[in-house]
Ligand binder design. Structure first.
Ligand SMILES: N[C@@H](CCC(=O)N[C@@H](CS)C(=O)NCC(=O)O)C(=O)O
Length: 242
């Protein structure tokens, strides 16, 4: 089956969490809004998927995945689906729930990282909320980022199967997402992240392990991988990197 991913072209954003899972799985997919070898319609096709009046499962926001007859939204939900289909999730119920728990925690983390530059409203420009962004980011870097990273560090440390992966003894989709979060933080807040990372060696080691996976390496060196930029979730504004 060829998957269709619907996500804003031009930013890695939340779409990247889905792309990493598709790439690690070696799945066949088209990034619809960006077009591709068999261009399936670009942005108009994405708008159609967003506003499809006939679907019984309307999405609220991208990323959206079409998998045959299924139209799935919410990053954590998409990953739960892909993880199960492609051996990137535990098979037992407790493990599947824990993977989803970790991914939902990642969702919260990503939202807070986004809010560093948009603490008042997503609909306003960063330039319209700079003082608030400074204040929000100061607390994010001091309290929230270490709290989230500390949580994932603890999960790694407490994994009964060893501290290489978040769950069990092999890679699952939350590992890929933690990699992306660390990448994003390094891009957005290079100084603060460098300082914070010293306290989270297991999370950093997991990041490095994911980066070395052959399919992830190949993907990241390809034009399919969109670099971070100042339109996405993780943005680098030097004045915020406290
Ligand atoms: N919780 C959702 C958030 C989805 C989301 O906020 N998508 C953004 C792009 S990254 C969007 O286009 N939102 C439009 C909106 O919230 O109105 C998820 O994790 O997928």
């Amino acid at each position: 089956m060829k998957y269709e991913l619907y996500y804003w072209p031009g930013i890695p954003g939340r779409g990247e969490f889905v792309r990493l899972a598709l790439e690690e799985a070696g799945a066949d997919y088209v990034d619809v809004a960006r077009g591709g070898p068999k261009d399936t319609g670009g942005m108009p096709a994405m708008s159609d998927a967003m506003s499809d009046a006939k679907t019984a499962t309307p999405p609220f926001a991208p990323p959206i995945l079409r998998a045959g007859k299924l139209l799935i939204a919410q990053t954590a939900n998409i990953l739960m689906y892909l993880g199960g289909k492609h051996g990137l999730a535990p098979t037992a119920e407790a493990g599947r729930l824990f993977a989803n728990q970790l991914q939902l925690t990642m969702t919260d983390f990503v939202k807070e990282a986004h809010d560093t530059h948009h603490p008042i409203a997503a609909g306003l420009y960063y330039e319209d909320q700079k003082p608030e962004a400074r204040r929000y980011t100061e607390i994010f870097l001091k309290e929230r980022m270490p709290k989230y990273l500390g949580y994932f560090e603890r999960v790694l440390d407490q994994n009964p199967k060893g501290d290489k992966y978040l769950i069990g003894g092999k890679l699952t989709y939350p590992d890929l997402s933690l990699f992306q979060v660390v990448e994003g933080l390094r891009y957005a807040f290079p100084d603060a992240t460098r300082r914070a990372e010293r306290r989270f060696p297991l999370a950093v080691a997991l990041h490095d392990r994911v980066a070395e996976r052959p399919r992830i390496r190949k993907y990241r060196a390809s034009p399919r991988c969109i670099p971070f930029n100042e339109s996405g979730i993780f943005r680098h504004y030097p004045e915020l990197d406290g």
